[in-house]
Design a protein around this ligand. Structure first.
Ligand SMILES: NC(=O)c1ccc[n+]([C@@H]2O[C@H](COP(=O)([O-])OP(=O)(O)OC[C@H]3O[C@@H](n4cnc5c(N)ncnc54)[C@H](O)[C@@H]3O)[C@@H](O)[C@H]2O)c1
Length: 260
Protein backbone atom coordinates (compact mmCIF):
# COMPACT_ATOMS: atom_id res chain seq x y z
CA UNK A 1 0.00 0.00 0.00
CA UNK A 2 1.28 3.50 -0.86
CA UNK A 3 1.66 5.70 2.23
CA UNK A 4 0.88 9.38 2.56
CA UNK A 5 -0.47 9.81 -0.97
CA UNK A 6 -2.74 12.55 0.38
CA UNK A 7 -0.39 14.41 2.72
CA UNK A 8 -1.56 17.97 3.34
CA UNK A 9 -4.75 17.54 1.33
CA UNK A 10 -8.32 17.99 2.49
CA UNK A 11 -11.01 15.51 1.52
CA UNK A 12 -14.76 15.70 1.97
CA UNK A 13 -16.56 12.40 2.50
CA UNK A 14 -20.35 12.14 2.55
CA UNK A 15 -21.82 9.16 4.38
CA UNK A 16 -18.65 9.23 6.48
CA UNK A 17 -20.33 7.97 9.65
CA UNK A 18 -20.75 4.36 8.53
CA UNK A 19 -19.75 1.59 6.15
CA UNK A 20 -17.97 2.51 2.93
CA UNK A 21 -17.79 6.25 3.71
CA UNK A 22 -16.24 5.58 7.10
CA UNK A 23 -13.67 3.22 5.57
CA UNK A 24 -12.77 5.89 2.99
CA UNK A 25 -12.41 8.56 5.70
CA UNK A 26 -10.24 6.36 7.91
CA UNK A 27 -7.95 5.34 5.02
CA UNK A 28 -7.62 8.96 3.86
CA UNK A 29 -6.52 10.07 7.32
CA UNK A 30 -4.08 7.14 7.51
CA UNK A 31 -2.58 8.45 4.26
CA UNK A 32 -2.12 12.01 5.49
CA UNK A 33 -5.36 13.82 4.55
CA UNK A 34 -7.62 15.93 6.70
CA UNK A 35 -11.23 14.80 6.34
CA UNK A 36 -14.54 16.61 6.66
CA UNK A 37 -17.21 14.01 7.28
CA UNK A 38 -20.71 14.89 6.10
CA UNK A 39 -23.58 12.75 7.33
CA UNK A 40 -26.99 12.97 9.01
CA UNK A 41 -25.69 10.70 11.80
CA UNK A 42 -24.37 13.48 14.06
CA UNK A 43 -23.51 11.30 17.06
CA UNK A 44 -21.39 8.94 14.98
CA UNK A 45 -19.58 11.92 13.41
CA UNK A 46 -18.88 13.30 16.88
CA UNK A 47 -17.45 9.95 17.96
CA UNK A 48 -15.11 10.03 14.95
CA UNK A 49 -14.07 13.60 15.78
CA UNK A 50 -13.22 12.46 19.32
CA UNK A 51 -11.24 9.50 17.98
CA UNK A 52 -9.31 11.26 15.18
CA UNK A 53 -8.81 14.72 16.67
CA UNK A 54 -7.68 17.61 14.46
CA UNK A 55 -7.65 15.52 11.26
CA UNK A 56 -11.41 15.04 11.25
CA UNK A 57 -14.17 17.64 11.11
CA UNK A 58 -17.71 16.62 11.95
CA UNK A 59 -19.87 18.47 9.40
CA UNK A 60 -23.41 17.19 9.85
CA UNK A 61 -25.69 17.79 6.87
CA UNK A 62 -28.45 16.19 4.87
CA UNK A 63 -27.07 15.81 1.35
CA UNK A 64 -30.52 16.44 -0.14
CA UNK A 65 -30.72 19.95 1.33
CA UNK A 66 -28.60 22.47 -0.59
CA UNK A 67 -28.25 25.01 2.22
CA UNK A 68 -26.93 22.30 4.56
CA UNK A 69 -24.51 20.97 1.94
CA UNK A 70 -23.18 24.47 1.21
CA UNK A 71 -22.75 25.22 4.93
CA UNK A 72 -20.91 21.94 5.56
CA UNK A 73 -18.53 22.59 2.65
CA UNK A 74 -17.90 26.15 3.87
CA UNK A 75 -17.13 24.79 7.34
CA UNK A 76 -14.65 22.32 5.85
CA UNK A 77 -12.90 25.01 3.81
CA UNK A 78 -12.74 27.33 6.83
CA UNK A 79 -11.34 24.64 9.12
CA UNK A 80 -8.75 23.18 6.75
CA UNK A 81 -8.14 26.11 4.36
CA UNK A 82 -8.63 24.08 1.17
CA UNK A 83 -10.62 21.26 -0.40
CA UNK A 84 -8.87 18.95 -2.85
CA UNK A 85 -10.84 15.72 -2.96
CA UNK A 86 -14.47 14.66 -2.49
CA UNK A 87 -16.12 11.29 -2.10
CA UNK A 88 -19.91 11.23 -2.44
CA UNK A 89 -20.96 8.08 -0.65
CA UNK A 90 -24.12 8.82 1.39
CA UNK A 91 -27.01 6.60 0.34
CA UNK A 92 -29.92 4.41 1.31
CA UNK A 93 -33.03 3.10 -0.40
CA UNK A 94 -36.69 2.25 0.04
CA UNK A 95 -37.83 -0.80 -1.85
CA UNK A 96 -41.08 -1.98 -3.37
CA UNK A 97 -42.56 -3.38 -6.58
CA UNK A 98 -43.22 -0.69 -9.18
CA UNK A 99 -46.98 -1.36 -9.14
CA UNK A 100 -47.11 -0.83 -5.35
CA UNK A 101 -44.38 1.76 -4.82
CA UNK A 102 -45.43 4.97 -3.09
CA UNK A 103 -44.43 8.21 -4.81
CA UNK A 104 -42.82 9.30 -1.53
CA UNK A 105 -40.57 6.22 -1.53
CA UNK A 106 -39.47 6.96 -5.10
CA UNK A 107 -38.76 10.59 -4.21
CA UNK A 108 -36.88 9.69 -1.02
CA UNK A 109 -34.55 7.29 -2.81
CA UNK A 110 -33.93 9.21 -6.02
CA UNK A 111 -33.45 12.48 -4.11
CA UNK A 112 -30.91 10.87 -1.82
CA UNK A 113 -28.84 8.86 -4.27
CA UNK A 114 -29.06 11.20 -7.25
CA UNK A 115 -29.87 14.79 -6.25
CA UNK A 116 -27.58 14.41 -3.23
CA UNK A 117 -24.65 13.65 -5.54
CA UNK A 118 -25.53 16.64 -7.74
CA UNK A 119 -25.75 19.08 -4.81
CA UNK A 120 -22.53 17.84 -3.23
CA UNK A 121 -20.59 17.83 -6.52
CA UNK A 122 -21.81 21.37 -7.25
CA UNK A 123 -20.47 22.81 -4.00
CA UNK A 124 -17.39 20.58 -3.79
CA UNK A 125 -16.35 21.58 -7.31
CA UNK A 126 -16.76 25.28 -6.48
CA UNK A 127 -14.35 24.91 -3.55
CA UNK A 128 -11.84 22.74 -5.42
CA UNK A 129 -11.90 25.16 -8.35
CA UNK A 130 -11.33 28.11 -6.01
CA UNK A 131 -8.12 26.45 -4.77
CA UNK A 132 -6.72 26.52 -8.32
CA UNK A 133 -4.81 23.25 -7.90
CA UNK A 134 -7.35 20.89 -9.45
CA UNK A 135 -8.54 17.81 -7.62
CA UNK A 136 -10.73 14.76 -7.86
CA UNK A 137 -14.29 13.71 -7.08
CA UNK A 138 -15.30 10.06 -6.66
CA UNK A 139 -18.99 9.19 -6.63
CA UNK A 140 -20.18 5.87 -5.23
CA UNK A 141 -23.00 4.42 -7.33
CA UNK A 142 -23.77 0.70 -7.26
CA UNK A 143 -23.67 -2.39 -9.43
CA UNK A 144 -27.41 -1.70 -9.62
CA UNK A 145 -26.59 1.16 -11.98
CA UNK A 146 -26.02 -1.50 -14.63
CA UNK A 147 -27.78 -4.59 -13.23
CA UNK A 148 -31.44 -4.07 -12.25
CA UNK A 149 -32.59 -4.81 -8.71
CA UNK A 150 -36.12 -6.27 -8.73
CA UNK A 151 -38.22 -4.17 -6.31
CA UNK A 152 -35.45 -1.58 -6.31
CA UNK A 153 -36.44 0.60 -9.28
CA UNK A 154 -35.78 3.99 -7.63
CA UNK A 155 -32.37 2.83 -6.37
CA UNK A 156 -31.28 1.27 -9.68
CA UNK A 157 -32.58 4.25 -11.64
CA UNK A 158 -30.99 6.77 -9.29
CA UNK A 159 -27.64 4.99 -9.33
CA UNK A 160 -27.69 4.74 -13.14
CA UNK A 161 -28.18 8.50 -13.12
CA UNK A 162 -25.13 8.91 -10.93
CA UNK A 163 -23.00 7.22 -13.59
CA UNK A 164 -24.17 9.60 -16.34
CA UNK A 165 -23.98 12.58 -13.99
CA UNK A 166 -20.36 11.68 -13.21
CA UNK A 167 -19.47 11.45 -16.90
CA UNK A 168 -21.10 14.83 -17.53
CA UNK A 169 -19.28 16.35 -14.56
CA UNK A 170 -15.98 14.89 -15.82
CA UNK A 171 -16.41 16.77 -19.10
CA UNK A 172 -17.59 20.02 -17.47
CA UNK A 173 -14.89 20.10 -14.80
CA UNK A 174 -11.89 18.94 -16.87
CA UNK A 175 -10.87 22.54 -17.71
CA UNK A 176 -10.53 23.14 -13.94
CA UNK A 177 -8.27 20.12 -13.54
CA UNK A 178 -10.95 18.24 -11.61
CA UNK A 179 -11.30 14.56 -12.44
CA UNK A 180 -14.65 12.85 -11.73
CA UNK A 181 -15.04 9.08 -11.59
CA UNK A 182 -17.61 6.65 -10.28
CA UNK A 183 -17.30 3.36 -8.41
CA UNK A 184 -19.95 0.65 -8.68
CA UNK A 185 -19.70 -1.66 -5.65
CA UNK A 186 -21.39 -5.05 -5.56
CA UNK A 187 -22.44 -6.50 -2.19
CA UNK A 188 -20.56 -4.88 0.70
CA UNK A 189 -20.77 -5.92 4.34
CA UNK A 190 -22.09 -2.70 5.93
CA UNK A 191 -25.07 -1.77 8.13
CA UNK A 192 -27.00 -0.95 4.92
CA UNK A 193 -27.23 -4.60 3.91
CA UNK A 194 -26.92 -6.18 7.38
CA UNK A 195 -30.57 -7.40 7.33
CA UNK A 196 -29.99 -9.15 3.99
CA UNK A 197 -26.75 -10.75 5.13
CA UNK A 198 -28.34 -11.85 8.42
CA UNK A 199 -31.17 -13.68 6.65
CA UNK A 200 -29.59 -16.89 5.42
CA UNK A 201 -31.88 -17.63 2.43
CA UNK A 202 -31.31 -14.12 1.08
CA UNK A 203 -27.57 -14.25 1.80
CA UNK A 204 -27.32 -17.59 -0.03
CA UNK A 205 -29.13 -16.19 -3.07
CA UNK A 206 -26.61 -13.35 -3.26
CA UNK A 207 -23.55 -15.49 -2.66
CA UNK A 208 -24.73 -17.95 -5.35
CA UNK A 209 -24.33 -15.14 -7.86
CA UNK A 210 -21.01 -13.72 -6.71
CA UNK A 211 -17.99 -15.55 -8.15
CA UNK A 212 -15.88 -14.32 -5.20
CA UNK A 213 -18.48 -16.12 -2.99
CA UNK A 214 -18.46 -13.42 -0.29
CA UNK A 215 -19.38 -9.78 0.21
CA UNK A 216 -16.67 -7.13 0.04
CA UNK A 217 -15.39 -5.47 3.18
CA UNK A 218 -15.86 -1.67 3.20
CA UNK A 219 -12.08 -1.36 2.98
CA UNK A 220 -12.11 -3.28 -0.31
CA UNK A 221 -14.27 -0.50 -1.77
CA UNK A 222 -12.29 2.31 -0.11
CA UNK A 223 -9.06 1.18 -1.80
CA UNK A 224 -10.35 1.54 -5.39
CA UNK A 225 -12.02 4.86 -4.46
CA UNK A 226 -8.72 6.22 -3.16
CA UNK A 227 -6.91 4.96 -6.25
CA UNK A 228 -9.26 7.04 -8.43
CA UNK A 229 -8.55 10.11 -6.28
CA UNK A 230 -4.77 9.57 -6.34
CA UNK A 231 -2.09 10.69 -8.78
CA UNK A 232 -1.89 7.11 -10.07
CA UNK A 233 -5.23 7.90 -11.75
CA UNK A 234 -4.10 11.30 -13.10
CA UNK A 235 -5.31 10.41 -16.62
CA UNK A 236 -8.52 8.67 -15.49
CA UNK A 237 -11.70 10.73 -15.64
CA UNK A 238 -15.31 9.93 -16.47
CA UNK A 239 -14.69 6.25 -15.91
CA UNK A 240 -16.81 3.70 -14.06
CA UNK A 241 -15.05 1.10 -11.95
CA UNK A 242 -17.07 -1.99 -11.03
CA UNK A 243 -15.84 -3.53 -7.75
CA UNK A 244 -18.09 -6.54 -7.27
CA UNK A 245 -16.13 -9.80 -6.96
CA UNK A 246 -17.33 -10.67 -10.47
CA UNK A 247 -21.03 -10.37 -9.66
CA UNK A 248 -21.87 -8.33 -12.78
CA UNK A 249 -21.05 -11.42 -14.79
CA UNK A 250 -23.78 -13.53 -13.20
CA UNK A 251 -26.77 -11.17 -12.74
CA UNK A 252 -28.75 -10.00 -9.72
CA UNK A 253 -30.83 -12.34 -7.51
CA UNK A 254 -34.60 -11.93 -7.60
CA UNK A 255 -35.41 -11.68 -3.88
CA UNK A 256 -39.15 -11.59 -4.68
CA UNK A 257 -38.90 -15.39 -4.87
CA UNK A 258 -38.44 -15.39 -1.08
CA UNK A 259 -41.96 -13.93 -0.68
CA UNK A 260 -42.96 -11.67 2.20
N1 LIG B 1 -23.44 -1.98 1.12
C1 LIG B 1 -23.60 -2.35 -0.14
O1 LIG B 1 -23.78 -3.55 -0.45
C2 LIG B 1 -23.58 -1.32 -1.25
C3 LIG B 1 -23.51 -1.78 -2.56
C4 LIG B 1 -23.48 -0.87 -3.60
C5 LIG B 1 -23.51 0.48 -3.34
N2 LIG B 1 -23.59 0.91 -2.05
C6 LIG B 1 -23.65 2.35 -1.85
O2 LIG B 1 -22.57 2.73 -1.04
C7 LIG B 1 -22.94 3.90 -0.31
C8 LIG B 1 -22.62 3.69 1.16
O3 LIG B 1 -23.41 2.62 1.63
P1 LIG B 1 -23.02 1.76 2.90
O4 LIG B 1 -23.24 0.36 2.53
O5 LIG B 1 -21.71 2.18 3.42
O6 LIG B 1 -24.22 2.18 3.87
P2 LIG B 1 -24.26 2.68 5.39
O7 LIG B 1 -25.70 2.66 5.75
O8 LIG B 1 -23.29 1.91 6.21
O9 LIG B 1 -23.74 4.19 5.28
C9 LIG B 1 -24.48 5.17 4.62
C10 LIG B 1 -24.31 6.49 5.34
O10 LIG B 1 -25.03 7.49 4.61
C11 LIG B 1 -25.65 8.34 5.57
N3 LIG B 1 -26.80 9.03 4.99
C12 LIG B 1 -27.99 8.49 4.64
N4 LIG B 1 -28.81 9.44 4.19
C13 LIG B 1 -28.12 10.61 4.25
C14 LIG B 1 -28.43 11.95 3.93
N5 LIG B 1 -29.64 12.30 3.44
N6 LIG B 1 -27.49 12.90 4.10
C15 LIG B 1 -26.28 12.57 4.62
N7 LIG B 1 -25.93 11.32 4.95
C16 LIG B 1 -26.84 10.35 4.77
C17 LIG B 1 -26.06 7.40 6.70
O11 LIG B 1 -26.32 8.11 7.90
C18 LIG B 1 -24.87 6.47 6.77
O12 LIG B 1 -23.91 6.93 7.69
C19 LIG B 1 -24.41 4.16 -0.61
O13 LIG B 1 -24.52 5.16 -1.61
C20 LIG B 1 -24.89 2.83 -1.13
O14 LIG B 1 -25.99 2.98 -2.00
C21 LIG B 1 -23.62 0.05 -0.99
Amino acid sequence: MSENRFDGMTAVVTGAASGIGEAIAVRLMAEGANVAGIDVAKDALERMADEFGRSFLSAPADVTVETEVAAALDAAATRFGRIDLAFNVAGASRVGAIVDLAESDWDFTVDLVQKGVFLCTKHEARHIRAGGRGGAIVNVASLNAVVPMPAGSPYSTGKAGVVMFSKTAAVELAPDGIRVNVVLPGLVDTPLVAPVLAYEPARDMFLDRIPAARPATPEEIAGPCLYLASDDASYVTGSSLVVDGGWELSNYPDLRRLGG
